[in-house]
Design a protein around this ligand. Structure first.
Ligand SMILES: Cc1nc2c(=O)[nH]c(=O)nc-2n(C[C@H](O)[C@H](O)[C@H](O)CO)c1C
Length: 153
């Protein structure tokens, strides 16, 4: 099994390093990492990891900024990532932390790391223990901030 990790230089924390560190805690799968400038470069980076490096699943890590043009970029990048998934029939787990989700730099740094690490665990479950992922169905999981939990009657 091979896991791809694609991250960006635009992000304000080393998301790729967090992902690789967390993946290694949970799996002995081979990990291939690439870094691109920004989120719009992630779709082809992920597609190349799948098609040229034979990755079974890819984490696409990015941080859209807070400006309007950044949000447009993020939407375009998401569409590209979805297209790459459909073209390759492989999951590309999009891990985006919007800069304006956090109230200050300290919270942003924490969120960039926490969301990346929690999605790395999801990736390992999806790849190696999908039945354990199913056990979490409908439990209101969130990555980074607190889980929402199941809705109550
Ligand atoms: C406006 C803009 N905003 C972001 C962003 O919020 N987050 C990000 O990761 N990258 C951004 N970029 C850069 C593009 O994603 C891309 O790297 C360049 O257009 C080069 O292809 C751009 C150009």
């Amino acid at each position: 099994m091979i896991i791809g990790v694609a991250d960006t230089t635009f992000a304000r924390a080393n998301m790729g390093a967090f992902a690789v560190d967390e993946l290694k805690k949970h799996t002995s799968a081979r990990i291939i990492r690439v870094t691109v400038p920004g989120v719009k470069d992630l779709p082809v980076a992920a597609k190349k990891l799948i098609e040229e490096e034979r990755c079974d699943i890819v984490m696409a890590l990015g941080m859209p900024g807070g400006k309007d043009q950044d949000k447009i970029c993020a939407h375009e990048a998401s569409q590209g990532i979805m297209m790459a998934q459909l073209m390759t029939n492989k999951h590309i787990i999009e891990v985006f932390v919007h800069e304006d989700e956090a109230k200050n730099d300290a919270e942003l740094a924490w969120l960039l790391e926490q969301r990346t690490r929690e999605h790395a665990v999801n990736v390992v479950l999806m790849l190696t223990r999908p039945q354990d992922m199913t056990k979490l169905a409908g439990t209101g999981q969130r990555q980074g901030f607190a889980d929402a939990g199941p809705a109550r009657r």
